[in-house]
Design a protein. Structure first.
Ligand SMILES: Cc1cc2nc3c(=O)[nH]c(=O)nc-3n(C[C@H](O)[C@H](O)[C@H](O)COP(=O)(O)OP(=O)(O)OC[C@H]3O[C@@H](n4cnc5c(N)ncnc54)[C@H](O)[C@@H]3O)c2cc1C
Ligand SMILES: Cc1cc2nc3c(=O)[nH]c(=O)nc-3n(C[C@H](O)[C@H](O)[C@H](O)COP(=O)(O)OP(=O)(O)OC[C@H]3O[C@@H](n4cnc5c(N)ncnc54)[C@H](O)[C@@H]3O)c2cc1C
Lengths: 308, 253
């Protein structure tokens, strides 16, 4: 058995956290080959080759893969599929975009957000916003799945797999990249941060969100938000935590002015320690919190920040 | 141009699901079912395109049990022109896999000659986030997933997508599949007169066999379990107490 794992490469840089956690998930299934593709990706490929347990790295450096458009990347993966029993990727928005296309082209099902691998055919994944865990067995010849990275440990580095260059596969030429709007930030990445401080509708405005960000910066934390906070324009979309946003499992998650709707809990309830600060003692967030503080966030959060 | 909008009947997002004690699945008996929230957004977008004159006809389609008629009537009440129900299951607990759904949708899209399919980014029951992408692959069409803005410009569509890093804008050739995210629009409520009118709009019934599609699942469910419960926490009385707990008890700061 052999696994083709799509490495998470953005603008030439490897997302080590997501890729190395995905390697941990895939290793028990067989030899792991990482595919890196991008307009420039040789550095990313070299870095991927250092992940422990990787057998080989394939590097497809070509302008058509510049922005990881689904159609050309799926075509490339399908052209390689014959050699592998499993095709996987960390469950990032890129992989969620690409993998189902790969699966359909191979006439197999896709399994998304796999949180546990039982054996070569059997996988666990959360359904209903994480309110149930389903164990499924696949009868397909090739298993295509994305990996919920927060459920797996980071693989070590120190390996030295070989790196092989690949020519580009055919480009279906159906789409074209126009622009990315990416907010630059010195904060840690939301999905891999050790501490996440999130604000909800209770924070009240974009200006007030500075209270949340200040606490985060004091703790060296990433900043998250509820959907209500994003919809109201207090925070950008890529901060959203939840069923339809990012899934995080940090050592410490601090929820500020967030009620704890199931869709929000879906994205954070596997955090090690959860702190909730809310003025409503009935808020459902307190049911999952390790430490709950019933308080007005406008008093408690600045106090917390100043005393740390 | 005709637009096809696949709508799925799912457990209402406000319902707390219960896992059946025997591990066979989730209890769907007597729970409130609604249109998948993402699909309401897709229907709304299609109707707005029609109101702007970019689209001539909006066709809603659902694949599943007979009761999905209600979901289609909701789409018609919002403003879709007609509906197609593909009855593929008798038991409400039986769900059709995205690959089979995509094969049926492909046949419908081809038979109707649609120029665009607007679907939800994910169904909130199985959270697969797969159907649109699979359909695009089967049709050999372009795909733009997780859309928060769609502009049709002649033979192309310019779509802004919500991605991990922020927002990405791409241009796709038509015909295209676009899957919609939550911030694309706010769906309207159907008015009473429109609900009445919707009862008279055409709703065709088909079966997967009409399209020559085999819906036999590729995946089989071994078991369904409750996630591990978190152990009960404590309430703290002050910020000082919170800091002490985080330092001494949890050791996380
Ligand atoms: C299909 C679908 C998908 C969704 N996906 C997501 C998702 O991915 N992520 C997500 O977060 N949501 C998601 N939602 C939305 C979710 O259902 C909730 O609406 C949302 O999480 C609520 O956000 P909130 O807790 O910030 O706001 P609210 O529920 O309005 O809660 C605000 C909280 O702030 C508290 N508060 C107010 N003022 C103060 C104060 N001064 N001090 C202290 N506390 C205060 C209040 O007591 C209240 O508990 C989704 C919904 C749907 C239908
Ligand atoms: C663990 C597991 C076990 C499963 N076991 C079985 C099984 O035993 N038997 C079985 O038959 N299936 C089974 N399935 C298939 C599964 O239940 C769902 O059919 C599949 O996951 C659907 O995914 P989704 O609805 O989340 O689609 P998504 O890809 O998330 O849906 C995206 C969009 O596609 C459109 N769409 C999706 N489905 C429909 C539809 N039916 N009608 C109209 N539009 C639609 C909507 O626009 C929707 O917003 C299983 C799936 C999983 C994950």
């Amino acid at each position: 058995m052999a696994v083709l794992l799509l490495g998470e490469v953005t603008d030439g840089t490897l997302n080590m956290d997501a890729t190395a956690k995905a390697v941990t998930a895939c290793k028990p299934l067989g030899d792991v080959t990482i595919l890196c593709c991008g307009a420039s990706c040789s550095d990313a490929a070299k870095e991927a080759a250092t992940i422990e347990g990787v057998a080989k790295v394939l590097c497809a450096e070509n302008a058509v893969y510049g922005h990881r458009l689904a159609e050309p990347v799926a075509a490339l993966m399908v052209s390689l599929a014959g050699d592998y029993s499993h095709i996987a990727a960390p469950a990032t928005t890129d992989a969620k975009n690409i993998l189902p296309r790969v699966a359909a082209l191979l006439d197999v099902m896709v399994l998304t957000d796999v949180s546990g691998i039982v054996d070569a055919d059997t996988f666990e994944r959360p359904i209903y916003a994480g309110n149930a865990i389903q164990t499924v067995k696949s009868g397909d010849k090739t298993k295509v799945f994305s990996i919920r990275t927060s459920a797996f440990d980071l693989a070590g580095t120190g390996g030295s797999a070989s790196v092989e260059s690949l020519d580009a596969a055919e480009n279906p030429g159906l789409s074209e990249w126009i622009e990315d709007k990416v907010a630059e930030s010195d904060r840690p990445d939301l999905t891999s941060a050790g501490i996440v401080v999130s604000g909800g509708r209770g924070v009240g405005s974009e200006e007030n969100f500075a209270i949340v960000e200040k606490l985060a910066d004091k703790l060296g934390a990433a900043v998250g938000a509820s959907r209500a906070a994003v919809d109201s324009g207090y925070a950008p979309n890529d901060w959203q935590v939840g069923q339809t946003g990012k899934v995080v499992a940090p050592d410490l998650y601090i929820a500020i002015g967030i009620s704890g709707a199931i869709q929000h809990l879906a994205g954070m309830k596997d955090s090690k320690i959860i702190v909730a600060i809310n003025k409503d003692e009935e808020a459902p967030i307190f049911q999952v919190a390790d430490y709950g503080l019933i308080a007005d966030l406008f008093e408690a959060v600045p106090e917390l920040e100043s005393k740390l | 141009m005709k637009v096809l909008v696949p709508v799925k009947r799912v457990i209402d997002y406000n319902v707390k699901v219960r896992v059946k004690a025997d591990g066979s699945g989730v209890d769907l008996a007597n729970v409130k079912m609604s249109m998948n929230p993402f699909d309401e957004i897709a229907v709304e977008e299609a109707i707005r395109m029609k109101e702007k004159g970019a689209v001539e006809e909006v066709i809603a389609v659902s694949i599943g049990v007979k009761q999905a008629q209600e979901t289609l009537r909701t789409a018609l009440a919002m403003g879709a022109d007609r509906a197609i129900l593909v009855v593929a299951a008798d038991d409400v607990h039986q769900d059709i896999e995205p690959l089979a759904v995509a094969k049926i949708l492909k046949a419908v899209a081809e038979a109707e000659g649609v120029g665009m399919v607007l679907c939800g980014k994910q169904a909130i029951d199985n959270d697969m986030n797969a159907t649109g992408q699979m359909l695009a692959a089967l049709l050999g069409w372009s795909q733009a997933t997780f859309a928060s803005k769609i502009e049709i410009e002649g033979e192309e569509a310019k779509v802004t997508r919500e991605v991990d890093g922020g927002l990405q804008t791409i241009k796709v050739k038509m015909p295209a599949i676009v899957s919609v995210d939550l911030r694309l629009n706010e769906p309207r409520y159907a008015s009473l007169p429109n609900i009445m009118k919707a009862k008279k709009k055409p709703l065709d019934e088909k079966t997967p066999a009409d399209f020559g599609v085999d819906v036999t699942p590729r995946l089989s469910v071994v078991k369904t379990t409750e996630p591990e419960a978190r152990k009960a926490g404590v309430m703290v009385g002050s910020v000082d107490e919170l800091i002490a707990k985080l330092k001494d008890e949890a050791g996380v700061i």
